[in-house]
Design a protein around this ligand. Sequence first.
Ligand code: 13P
Length: 225
Amino acid sequence: MTNDFECLYVGNEMTEQTLRQQLLDTSRRMVELGLNRGTAGNASVRHGSDILITPSALPVAEMTERDLVLIDKEGKVLQGRKPSSEWRFHCDILNARPEIGAVLHMHSTFATTIACLGRDVPAVHYHIAIAGGDSIRCTPYTIFGEQNLSDLALEALRDRKACLLGNHGMIALGKDLDDALSVAQEVEYLCEIYWRALSVGEPKILTAQQMHEVKEKFVEYKKRD
Ligand code: 13P
């Protein structure tokens, strides 16, 4: 007995099955970690030249592996139901960034708080380097699910693994789903620290030289032996 996505990928079904499980697990983890709730947010992972993406308007609590949608790199549905309304930025990011394998979108509390202020996150803590640079950019507000949001996000993500979407939320990228989730958790932490620091005073921002030193030190730090 095979199911329809196994039929589509004869000989490769284990890989697709594993990716479906990982994508669902990551979507559930985002809810468990308080990064998303209800139908807010979405996630995608590269599958060869195609993309597996979460469905639109379905709460994660009700989602099964079979609800995940296979689309091609232009966003055409190959198998499954209606894909996330944000399929444009998922496709555009994965098409533009070959080093990236997974895209997560969240409406997490602290990232969205800063996004509602329309502020970039500056180098308020050295961990900002984990998101790829000395800042996390915030796009201007534009309505969800449209090409303009994708264009603005792609620009804000230049040389970065995360950005804020004005009055909306956050995007985090990674080489795989685990990497993207750890970037998302770091960004949420940084936004909370920034918000807390702003609440009681004027945060001290690290200089370009200090951040340059951090980036060099991180290279050594990541060598575990
Ligand atoms: P979808 O349910 O269509 O993925 O939309 C949720 C969302 O967060 C839109 O930005």
